[in-house]
Design a protein around this ligand. Sequence first.
Ligand SMILES: [Zn+2]
Length: 54
Amino acid sequence: MLGKAVDPVCGMKIKKKEAAATSEYKGRTVYFCNRSCKEEFDRDPDKYASRLGR
Ligand SMILES: [Zn+2]
């Protein structure tokens, strides 16, 4: 759905405009509810990548 994304670390649905942090993973943008989720993702992206929406 346009404008929304799932934070793959905590599973929270967030509006892309309101994301506290973003990261690039394999050419796509990943959105996070806060910076600690981004740090957790960046530490081990493959662990969380499967939770990304399609
Ligand atoms: Zn989060």
